[in-house]
Design a protein around this ligand. Structure first.
Ligand SMILES: C[S@@+](CC[C@H](N)C(=O)[O-])C[C@H]1O[C@@H](n2cnc3c(N)ncnc32)[C@H](O)[C@@H]1O
Length: 371
């Protein structure tokens, strides 16, 4: 069966991680004012599965949304389990078996219990037949009909397939869309994604990037525990957005003074090494290599991001390759095997390689004078 085959192919990329409502609520509550009167597009979201769709449908009135659109990619794992929303469709041709789109411009308190909740969203899905239409293509976010919907949207919110994350973000940037999406934390150091961070086109959301997120997985995926009857697995994921996030306006408080002993220079790049973000010295005006978690606290008014001291990104900013006499150390000191563009230090004749480092510099660094 074509649909099932495609689903299996997609599964092999391990893209089916469904976001829990509680995690969506926890993040989204910070942005309410930025959503008023906006067209929201969830473009990797089967409305029957997606808690993003449910969240926005439930919040539709209280948040003053203008429109909510969700599109579903071919081969949704629940494709064979839903009843047709179109009574006159032949059994073999049910709408929910093929990619579809839902568009909402109003949500009512259908069960008249005084609040719009999941029961009303369920009613909406089951009874408002005019809101659900079949897509012509496969529902791929890059397909022309989905791109047309993207153009209509003000803000895109979803958890897109991790395997297509670079392409997914590139499309949002190309179409100059506001977005709030979930991605693997590793994506912070993808060369393309990091470039957007450096250019202040993308930042992390409110949730601390050190807090892993637990996702609901299909029955045949590996899982770690069962929560509310659903199998879940934790992933090092975080929120990526170009909406306004208050924490990125706050300054990191700095209390440590620079000393050459505590902050060694890299051997192959003119910057000092800082092991902990809160230990960034307040009086060092040159370049500093800080842990990647810095990105989660970055305020562009406090620090300028120069680059990433890792492989090709490191080469781009002038991190020198390992000196010939140090090459023999690279595999020994770093399990993954350091490559050109990675930073290293020389301490008492020994090579020391830090974890991935973001190179930063204080904004408008004025020469700090000690008394
Ligand atoms: C990580 S899951 C998240 C699903 C949902 N957004 C959520 O958060 O619960 C990513 C979803 O994107 C769908 N998908 C995979 N490739 C896609 C593509 N090219 N275009 C649109 N959706 C795609 C997958 O079927 C999967 O359901």
């Amino acid at each position: 069966m074509a649909t099932r085959t495609l689903y299996n192919a997609k599964k092999s990329k391990a893209d089916e991680f469904y976001t829990q409502l509680v995690d969506i609520e926890e993040e989204l509550r910070h942005y309410k004012e930025q959503f008023r009167d906006k067209v929201i597009f969830c473009n990797c979201d089967d409305p029957y599965e997606s808690n993003f769709f449910k969240f926005f449908a439930m919040s539709f009135n209280s948040w003053g949304l203008k429109k909510l659109i969700a599109t579903c990619y071919i081969g949704s794992p629940i494709a064979d389990t839903q009843l047709s929303l179109f009574d006159n469709e032949p059994t073999e041709d049910k709408t929910t078996k093929s990619p579809h789109k839902i568009t909402i411009t109003e949500v009512d308190d259908y069960n008249a219990d005084g609040a719009i909740d999941l029961a009303d969203v369920e009613y909406l899905l089951g009874n408002k037949k005019n809101t659900l239409t079949r897509l012509k293509g496969d529902g791929d976010f890059r397909s022309s009909e989905c791109v047309e919907l993207l153009k209509e949207a003000d803000i895109v919110v979803t958890n897109p397939p991790f395997s297509l994350f670079r392409e997914y973000v590139a499309q949002l940037i190309e179409f100059d869309k506001k977005f709030l999406i979930i991605g693997n934390k590793n994506a912070l150091t993808y060369r393309e994604i990091f470039r957007y961070i450096k250019e202040s086109k993308l930042q992390t959301g409110y949730r601390n990037i050190n807090d892993d997120i637990w996702f609901i997985v299909p029955d045949d995926y590996e899982y770690e525990k069962v929560v509310n009857g659903k199998k879940v697995k934790h992933i090092m994921a975080c929120w990526f957005t170009n909406l306004d996030v208050a924490k990125h306006h706050e300054e990191i408080s700095l209390y440590k003074r620079y000393t050459p002993e505590e902050y060694p220079l890299y051997y192959n790049y003119d910057a000092i090494n800082v092991d902990v973000v809160t230990d960034i010295p307040y009086d060092y005006d040159g370049a500093m290599g800080v842990p990647v978690t810095f990105i989660d606290k970055h305020n562009p008014k406090q620090f300028e991001i120069i680059g990433l001291g890792v492989s090709n990104s490191g080469v781009e900013i002038g991190v020198k390759p390992y000196a010939p006499e140090h090459k023999k150390y690279r595999k020994e000191v770093q399990k993954r095997g350091a490559v050109d563009g990675d930073l290293y230090m020389l301490e008492n004749g020994e090579i020391k390689v830090p974890y991935a480092r973001v190179i930063i510099k204080r904004m408008g660094a004025v020469q700090w004078k000690s008394n």
